[in-house]
Design a protein around this ligand. Structure first.
Ligand code: NAI
Length: 252
């Protein structure tokens, strides 16, 4: 199953997996096998039920790409809860598969810090509180913290959850990928508008091959949900043209 499969990284990943012979069920708001709004609890449940109905209760791999950028508080619901709740719904179906794997899409922007209260609300599963904090951040002119906070919460959830009962002990690797600036509809203004592009390039410097095509992320996602991934779990794998290495510098 691939969420966000109607566009960008998700579409590219679904195409790549199909080319490699996998049967892929795409989930998105439109243009995919399963149509669901992952910003709501009902939408996440409906998505999981529709996927299970199509697979008879067993799912080999889950790739979650659905996401929103910008400063709308709803991005917290899609990016964090739309990923973590859906993965929780599908975990038993993954555990029923012979070689299950799961991977989410975070972002290199996590290195820029986040709204810790918002991240904690996410990690404790309090969506209403998270939305209230997100709304307050926007009202106080801190809306730009929402996206990195949602992605930091997601990366931390992956780290915590990979060792929780029912994941590693059930043979399910769970990872996240951290892209830099990917040439998809989401990043369109970041690369076409000169002022935005300069600001983005300063925030996400990419010395290796500069802005990246969605294939550069899809290949990593496809590996992490392939049977070849037997021992990588709990990692945030940066596929970002060296942005994280530039921003964080040498390892201690
Ligand atoms: P995109 O905008 O091309 O695709 C995102 C997809 O998510 C769309 O098809 C959209 O319909 C779907 N989606 C949004 N809200 C949804 C909802 N409520 N329910 C179901 N589906 C929904 O964006 P892109 O670039 O492919 O992004 C994929 C992931 O990669 C996102 O999680 C994004 O945050 C992340 N990412 C993107 C980067 C970039 O530079 N494009 C950089 C780092 C991370």
């Amino acid at each position: 199953m691939v969420t966000g499969a109607a566009s960008g990284i998700g579409r590219c990943t679904a195409d790549l997996l199909r080319e490699r012979g996998d049967r892929v069920i795409g989930v998105d708001l439109r243009g995919t096998e399963v149509l669901a709004d992952l910003s709501t609890g009902d939408g996440r449940r409906a998505a999981a039920e529709a996927v299970l109905a199509r697979t008879g209760g067993t799912v080999d791999g889950v790739v979650t790409c659905a996401g929103l950028a910008g400063t709308d508080p709803r991005l917290v619901s899609v990016n964090y809860f739309g990923t973590t709740e859906l993965l929780a719904h599908l975990r038993p179906a993954l555990a029923a598969a012979p070689r299950p794997r799961a991977v989410a899409v975070s972002s290199v922007v996590v290195v820029h810090g986040c709204d810790e209260a918002l991240v904690e609300a996410c990690l404790s599963g309090a969506e209403a509180e998270a939305l209230a904090l997100a709304g307050r951040a926007v009202a106080e002119g801190r809306g730009r913290q929402l996206y990195p906070s949602s992605k930091a919460a997601l990366a931390r959830w992956v780290r915590r959850t990979c060792l929780a009962p029912g994941w590693a002990d059930a043979g399910i690797p769970l990872n996240a990928v951290g892209p830099g600036v990917v040439l998809t509809p989401m990043a369109a203004t970041a690369v076409t508008d000169e002022r935005t592009r300069r600001a983005r390039d300063a925030a996400v410097p990419m010395p290796l091959n500069h802005h990246q095509p969605p294939e550069s992320v899809a290949e990593v996602l496809a590996f992490l949900v392939s049977e070849a991934n037997s021992h990588i779990t709990g990692q945030l794998v940066y596929a970002d043209g060296g942005a994280e290495a530039t921003l964080r510098g040498p390892l201690a």
